[in-house]
Design a protein around this ligand. Structure first.
Ligand SMILES: [Zn+2]
Length: 275
């Protein structure tokens, strides 16, 4: 049900990141853990201040990534304090970056050109939403709690209300996250999802083998997006498991002590139309 657009690994700068050519004047990137300056256990491209890493290292990692993604221009990068909630925060160019960092939110939306929105993950699903008519973009942190709280449909609704977008015009990019292969969960969680539309009518989002349940965050999100009016062909899926691949930070594989990758999206301001 998803469209596998060709993701590419950009290694032109120090920090490697996944991207693909949307054909639109937007910045789009999912960082890996490769090419940063952080020391163990955050080796090496940790993008999060809240995990206990040296702040100078995090700033340098973010600077390296933004420079590579935005062709060496100094573009402001906005992140919030992620709490596995469902609050959608509108972001405007000129807001103090440090102020936004303290605000609890798991979804950032903007219509402004020339800024980057960032969501940090280490197994949760990063979701980037791009209006093909360039009215707005959004970055969302969607773990199982966020999906259950309908954070992505809430983001689509906020983009409609604030910026007049239509769900049919969206391109939605699902980045690297823990895959069905590694995401063993309790039966209770599967039951909780099964009680909620649109999951009740479908069983493609989990697997049961010899008493173990495995959850598929990408499939849960895809079903919810379809319900929100986003055409299945408008989804691009990275299909990379953060827990299988050492190339990414994984909360589960590293038992909670690890760094975070970052998913970035932004509307370019015309001076640089690199996709
Ligand atoms: Zn896996």
């Amino acid at each position: 049900m998803t469209n596998n657009l060709p993701f590419t690994l950009d290694e032109s700068g120090p920090v490697s990141y996944l991207t693909f050519d949307t054909g639109l004047p937007v910045w789009l990137a999912f960082s890996t853990r490769k090419g940063g300056v952080s020391r163990p256990p955050f080796v090496s491209a940790n993008m999060a201040y809240h995990v206990g890493d040296d702040p100078g290292s995090v700033a340098e990692n973010r600077r390296r990534l933004a420079a590579a993604v935005c062709s060496c221009r100094d573009v402001p990068l906005y992140t919030a304090s992620q709490v596995h909630g469902c609050h959608v925060l509108p972001v405007n160019r000129g807001m103090p970056i440090g102020e936004l960092e303290k605000q609890p939110a798991d979804s950032l939306v903007t219509a402004d050109r020339g800024i980057l929105l960032g969501i940090m993950t280490a197994d949760c699903l990063p979701v980037l939403l791009i209006d093909r008519k360039l009215r707005a973009v959004a970055a969302v942190h969607a773990g199982w709690r966020g999906i259950m709280a309908r954070i992505v449909p809430r983001t689509v609704a906020a983009m409609k209300k604030l910026h007049g977008i239509a769900a049919v015009d969206l391109l939605v990019v699902l980045g690297p996250c823990i895959g069905r292969c590694c995401y063993q969960v309790g039966e209770e969680l599967v039951r909780e999802f099964a009680a909620q539309p649109p999951f009740a009518a479908d069983s493609t989002w989990y697997e049961q083998a010899s008493g173990d349940y495995h959850l598929d965050l990408v499939q849960l999100q895809a079903l919810q997006l379809r319900e929100a009016g986003v055409p299945p062909a408008a989804l691009a899926v990275a299909s990379r498991c953060t827990a299988c691949e050492n190339f990414f930070f994984s909360y589960r594989r590293e038992h909670g002590i690890t760094g975070r990758q970052i998913a970035l999206v932004g509307l370019t301001d015309g001076e640089n139309a690199r996709g």
